[in-house]
Ligand binder design. Sequence first.
Ligand code: PMP
Length: 378
Amino acid sequence: MAFYDALARSLEALDQAGCRRALPQVPPELVNLSSNDYLGLLEDAELRERFYAQLSGEDRLLSAASSRLLTGNCEAVQRLEAALAQAYGAEAALVFGSGYHANTGILPALAGPKSLVLADKLIHASMIDGIRAAGCKFFRFRHNDLAHARQLLERHAADFDEVFVMTESVFSMDGDRVDLNGLVALKRDFPNVVLYLDEAHGVGVFGETGLGCAHEAGLAGEIDLLVGTCGKAWSSTGAYVICRSVVREALVNRTRPFIFTTALPPINLAWTRFVLEAFPAMAERRQRVRAMGRRLTEAITARGIACPSASQIVPLVIGSNEAAIAAAARFRQAGFYVLPIRPPTVPEGTARLRFSLTAAVSEADFARLLALVTEGEA
Ligand code: PMP
């Protein structure tokens, strides 16, 4: 049938371009440098057992069996939202099924025909999908170039009711960080700016209590929509937005990926809250994974390769897709599981290895990794 033949041909074309994706199997004997389990909680059996030991009542349930607006508004989710709002010192928090749900749903729920979106060139695909679904006018500003964002605001802000400025605190592919003071200054200078910050890779790792970069900088209260995800440092699943009560109410009423989906299982929500409560005591893990990020970045820069990382995510930009695939294979032979990241995930010609460091990487393995990178293995 022509339908299947056309699909096969399009996959072949991806193959030819070195861009075909396949579902990988992580060999257990390799050191995993591709997970987002930044604090190593997934492998922390002691923490997990402590969680199970205190688990009781409805928190043991494995499904919510319904959406939040029907019968899925369990106590576990209400307690989690209260704990999140309190931790951030915010009016409200709203939990979503995933970061993808949050980012595809929030903007279409809040933006209207008189809204403008200004988005960093490298924001995550989930936010791009949210912008597309919102259907409002949008411009991209050059990556981490807030002067460019400011120029766009000067030109356009007055023509719109509000301008959503969307960016990430720690960028998922380059591991670099946004200038939060500069971001907040935009809001001070343009009163109709609504700041939307995705902290997917910041929460857990940054902040004295692991609440992310904005909280660390004392600026969480200036961010109108602070999105955190729980599938990464949290080693859980789901996501949340920290916002004002009026925003939360609007989101509950209008966000399609919130309304038309089954709520997260109570056991999962209880685990997220358990981890939130454990975060303040994890300063050592945070420091360790951040220090590894710094050391790896220095090793790459010392080879004369530009590396913008300021976090636990460290890219080693290689260039062509083929060279990146070959480099990943060499690391694999040396015992490290690191994936080549290729277009369209990253810009054309910047295929790379993305080292995603976690506190579960031992000192000995990290020393071996540093030696490989320093020797120019890739
Ligand atoms: N935002 C960013 C910046 C991400 O990197 C990701 C996941 N890779 C998401 C959102 C989506 O989060 P989730 O995996 O919870 O859907």
